[in-house]
Design a protein around this ligand. Structure first.
Ligand SMILES: Nc1ncnc2c1ncn2[C@@H]1O[C@H](COP(=O)(O)OP(=O)(O)OP(=O)(O)O)[C@@H](O)[C@H]1O
Length: 289
């Protein structure tokens, strides 16, 4: 799966798994969960992530990896139609982002949500139904069954009546995943879901990502943790933030994990950061022009 990208000027490393253009050139192919052609996203007319040309096949799990500010959250928001498309084309499940939204489940970054909402876990998960049904329509028996099933799936059925804010960070994270799952989404966008999790919650979440993919759903999960990519994902999209200050993020590599997650590509993406790959710590140094 090629990704449109040019190596940043002065970058010494090769970017393996990076091509020059999408093979089909046509967004919205039947087997594509996400199709980007020269896409760029940003805010108020300012591009924050660009040069995205790639096709994410349905039923894959993509690890979205890149340094702080490389545009991971912006890309996820763009897929939802919440960040501005400043160039190119985007198709989500063959539709525009807005039309596809009801088939997409999301887990936003933990620091963007209000854990003090006076709601029980069950009520938080029920909110996940509103996207597809609207908030005013009665939930009904099938809705209640879906909520119970989602809670069961993330292992929190016993805590359904507990106030959300009283749950541990890991339990809250699994609760939000249940909220994303309750509408039976075909595509899941998980923004840094592993941050701050203890080993038990991390393992539970890794198992869930693997299970979702095995069911034929597509998962895009942003993470700083390369081990997570290796343990749960089939594909990787590496974003680089480039050399210049304020340069938009852009892809350093995209493809199946074993082809695209190479040391060279990781070095390109994380230019002056210590990164880990295959349990080896690697320190890369920014090239100067
Ligand atoms: N709502 C917004 N309005 C304007 N600029 C924004 C907004 N959100 C993010 N940005 C800017 O877009 C750029 C990319 O940010 P983004 O949060 O997408 O990066 P990220 O890779 O997800 O970073 P992190 O790993 O720190 O979460 C940054 O320069 C950021 O300041």
């Amino acid at each position: 799966m090629p990704a449109g990208s040019d190596p940043a000027p002065g970058a010494a490393c090769e970017t393996v798994g990076v091509g020059s253009a999408a093979s089909s050139g046509h967004p919205g192919g039947g087997a594509s969960a996400l199709s980007l052609v020269g896409a760029a996203f940003g805010y108020d007319g300012v591009t924050r992530v660009e040069r995205l040309t790639l096709e994410v096949p349905a039923g894959t799990a993509v690890a979205l990896i890149g340094p702080n500010g490389s545009g991971k959250s912006t890309l996820l928001r763009g897929i939802l139609g919440l960040a501005e498309l400043t160039a190119g084309e985007v198709r989500v499940l063959g539709e525009t982002p807005r039309r596809a939204r009801r088939f997409v489940g999301t887990l936003p970054q933990a620091d963007t949500r209000d854990a003090n909402l006076p709601l029980t876990l069950r009520q938080v998960v029920t909110m996940g139904l509103y996207r597809s049904r609207g908030a005013l329509r009665p939930i009904g028996r099938d809705g209640r069954t879906a909520v119970s099933g989602a809670l069961e799936r993330v292992g929190l059925a016993a805590l359904a009546r507990r106030r959300f804010g009283e749950l541990s960070g890991g339990q809250q994270q699994r609760g939000i995943l249940a909220r994303a799952l309750v509408s039976d989404p075909r595509l899941l966008l998980l923004d840094e879901p592993f941050n701050g999790l203890d080993r038990e919650n991390r393992e539970a979440l890794l198992g869930l990502v693997r299970g979702l993919r095995e069911e034929g759903r597509t998962v895009i999960v942003s993470t700083h943790d390369l081990e997570i990519a290796q343990e749960a994902c089939t594909h990787v999209l590496l974003l680089s933030s480039g050399h210049e200050a304020d340069q938009p993020g852009h892809p350093a590599a995209f493809g199946p994990l074993d082809e695209a997650l190479t040391l060279a590509a990781v070095q390109h993406a994380f230019q002056d950061t210590t990164v880990e790959l295959d349990h080896h710590t690697v320190t890369t140094t920014r090239e100067t022009e």
